[in-house]
Design a protein around this ligand. Sequence first.
Ligand SMILES: Cc1cc2nc3c(=O)[nH]c(=O)nc-3n(C[C@H](O)[C@H](O)[C@H](O)COP(=O)(O)OP(=O)(O)OC[C@H]3O[C@@H](n4cnc5c(N)ncnc54)[C@H](O)[C@@H]3O)c2cc1C
Length: 472
Amino acid sequence: MAAIETDYLVIGTGGSAMAFVDTLLTEDPQARIVMVDRHDRPGGQWNDAYSFVRLHQPAAWYGVASLELSDWQRETTGFNAGMWNLASGTEVLAHFEHVMKQFLATGRVQWLPKCEWLGAEGGTHRIRSLLAGDERRVAVRRKLVNATLARVEVPSTHPPRYEVMPGVRCVPLNALPAIQRPFANYTVVGSGKTGMDACIWLLENGVPHERIRWIMPRDPWMVDRANLQPGPEGWRRNFEFSMVQFDAICEARDLPDLFRRLEAGGALMRVDPAVEPATFRCAVVSRGELAQLRRIGEAGGIVRLGRVTRIEPARIVFERGELPADADTLYVDCSASAIQALPGVPVFDGGTINLQPVRFCQPLLSASVIGWVEANIADADEQNAMCLPVRGPDRPIDFLHMWRETLTNAAHWRQHRAFSAWMQSCRLNPQAVILRGVEITPEVKKKLSEIAERAAQAGGRAAELLATLAAA
Ligand SMILES: Cc1cc2nc3c(=O)[nH]c(=O)nc-3n(C[C@H](O)[C@H](O)[C@H](O)COP(=O)(O)OP(=O)(O)OC[C@H]3O[C@@H](n4cnc5c(N)ncnc54)[C@H](O)[C@@H]3O)c2cc1C
């Protein structure tokens, strides 16, 4: 069979790939693209997520640039009442499905679902069907786009790394909705966003706080959802949120002082004010949800003995101790790590584009930015100067690294007029979307310039602080 010829071969049809292709199609009317993914539907990890997953950031700035995802309705019940609706995983998948149909309708995109990219050989790329098993070749005129670097792990695809002994009922959180009988106790293993979601889901569905045990290997810093509410009622708070972060970076003496300031200013929150968090992973929760999570702790249900190493019917063994367990316990595994370290490669790497975040906790805006840069800037050095990879969050110190890298990119972006104009109108850009429906008065303009000035200072100060911390 003759090789398929294309300008770009994109490995993956997850959110990053979709956002990149969407912008590239708009910005480069000639580009022809082949997309390949092991999944049968676009949306990547959202296909493997639990049925009750919801976006934790606003839908207003998620998805692809050319199509709205938010329904702009507010939550009327539950722990997020009054806030903008949290899009469900189903809505996110429907968005990407619709977008793929639009791609195909252009006649410029060819989609190869249930296919695996095997690598390049003799100048062409090998693609194998996971169903038929046959191989096809793809000849790439311009670039290969690697949209797989997020390597998102979710509990349904990554089994627990601890031992589960016979007689113990342990399920990934995907299995929760199918549970048909009450258990005496529910133990949630993992303190990341999925662990929080499992606890909240159990509480929403009537399980009392006292029957939930939450195993928390590392306490997380969390972002207050109230800081991320676009529109006339939310923009002031969001501007304050930005200023609190930049002020804290500019004025902090050391890392504990930085986080004290971030917490005092309402930017970040923690489960227990007496416990110093050991991780920051961009998790977003509302104060209503946090109050519920805290009640699990008040009932004595939060366990801080490190990671689980083994679960037996009558006890749980941890890195730093053990606890007796009720035999009638359902263990809910939430231990998969959604965020992985970056591979240490540039975004524009010869004939390959490595999609990576170029903005603090904004993977899809980042992919769209890279699509714009690819279409509009020819020089690879300039492309990379605008797209320094921003590491994924893990430890608290990453908060500083991520801002330093984000603000370095932002400084380059400001110098490029066409790019700045595009960013101002990009629906994936939180800073543009936050002002939706807001009259741009002199007060708004003044606040915007104050934020920009403080951000520039914070970029320099973040670098200094990191250097001091490294030397200490
Ligand atoms: C519970 C949860 C909630 C989240 N909420 C938010 C949020 O509110 N806002 C936000 O910005 N982010 C959120 N995220 C982060 C989320 O992971 C990203 O937004 C985004 O989905 C990542 O997309 P991706 O395309 O980079 O990666 P993936 O979704 O992992 O897509 C990569 C794709 O590449 C394919 N692939 C890999 N290797 C090959 C190969 N060799 N051949 C063919 N195909 C291959 C995979 O099958 C996969 O479909 C959340 C994550 C989780 C787990």
